[in-house]
Write a protein that binds this ligand. Structure first.
Ligand code: CP3
Length: 316
């Protein structure tokens, strides 16, 4: 799950030497960081080392990652007039470093490689706020003050995202996960209008490629039935739902991924094992179930506890 690498001392050692975007732009380093959790944990698939916000780098919005702050966008968007001046970048050119990173990973890693992107709504919210935000006020204001303008922005980001996913597929990723990390800001009807509509465009555009698409939202417990209506290959469920109960409401041809509360990794090993087994037991009759956390790891989580979790799944 998200930013999984940052709890590993091996990642931090590299990060001390290189700026985040330099890591993303250097294929050998992408392959190195991508393989770190595979080497340490022995998990079944690798998630590409990159970030959902690189599309904003391609759009020349001044993306950088600052220590202790997270992502910063120097040139945020605040009005419809500014949207009209945005352009659709040629991602084959501006994000060629991602394709090169994928190729380097494929040479080095023997497990399947998962590529990813941000959902248009989540990427838009970073672009509007200029980075992370406590209350996402500007984004919510825009929903109510100028929905048409916001749709123009989402539509452009959706086109760029589809181009970007196709670039990753051509370079060799074997599945794609879409992260809608800020979907939980939206009420049900707003979710349909400002997020689901664009997720549908992405899923439909990628269907002919045959590459499985996994949809994750923060709020996917709440929006699961709407996500299922898009018929993605899989839905990744956040940690708030009882997964076995929720699975009964969803079509059986969609794989479910999730959803252990990542904060369990702060507990002792016997608690980790117990909670993990409880989840596995609840999902034992669900074909295609993919064990995962319900959101990201935090930087101060013990690598040993993460390994204990993976070993518990392996041995169950
Ligand atoms: O685990 C991995 O390394 C996989 C690659 C990956 C990263 N970001 C690398 C990263 C993935 C899948 C992401 C997704 C991502 N990025 C999301 C969606 C997932 C989610 O959280 O719901 C979001 C919202 C982002 C945007 C982003 N990037 C934030 C908010 C931050 C700061 C987070 C923090 O608290 O440090 C980043 C930075 C980032 N992306 C790091 C990594 C390894 C940490 C970089 C560092 O400080 O060294």
């Amino acid at each position: 799950m998200r930013q999984a690498g940052r709890y590993l001392p091996q990642f931090r050692a590299l990060r001390a030497k290189y700026d985040f975007l330099t890591l993303c732009r250097t294929p050998e380093l992408v392959a190195e960081v991508t393989s770190q959790p595979i080497d340490y944990l022995g998990v079944d698939a690798a998630i590409l080392f990159c970030d959902i916000l690189v599309v904003l780098d391609a759009m020349d919005r001044g993306l950088h990652f600052d220590k202790g702050v997270g992502p910063v966008i120097d040139r945020p968007i605040h009005s419809s007039e500014e949207i009209a001046q945005l352009h659709r970048p040629d991602v084959a050119d501006s994000l060629s470093y991602v394709a090169d990173g994928i190729k380097a990973c494929k040479e080095r890693i023997s497990v399947p490689l998962i590529g990813f992107c941000g959902a248009p709504f989540t990427v838009a919210s970073y672009l509007i706020e200029g980075g992370g935000s406590r209350d996402y006020k500007r984004t919510k204001q825009w929903i109510f003050r100028d929905p048409k303008g916001l749709h123009a922005l989402l539509s452009l980001l959706c086109d760029v995202t589809i181009d970007y996913c196709k670039l990753q597929i051509e370079a060799g990723v074997q599945a794609l996960q879409v992260f809608d990390s800020w979907a939980h800001l939206l009420a049900q009807a707003q979710f349909e209008e400002f997020s689901l509509h664009y997720l549908k465009r992405i899923v439909d555009a990628l269907r002919p490629t045959g590459i499985p698409v996994i949809l994750f939202c923060r709020g996917s417990s709440f929006f699961a039935e709407q996500l299922a209506s898009l018929q993605p290959a899989a839905i990744s469920i956040d940690w708030s739902a009882d997964l076995s109960q929720l699975s009964r409401k969803l079509p059986s041809n969609i794989a479910l991924q999730g959803n252990l509360d990542p904060d369990i990794l702060y507990a002792d090993k016997s608690t980790i094992e117990r909670e993990c087994k409880k989840l596995l037991n609840g999902m034992k009759d669900h074909p295609g179930y993919i064990f995962n956390l319900g959101h990201g790891l935090k930087p101060d989580m013990e690598p040993e506890n993460v390994r204990c979790l993976v070993d518990t799944v392996r041995n169950s």
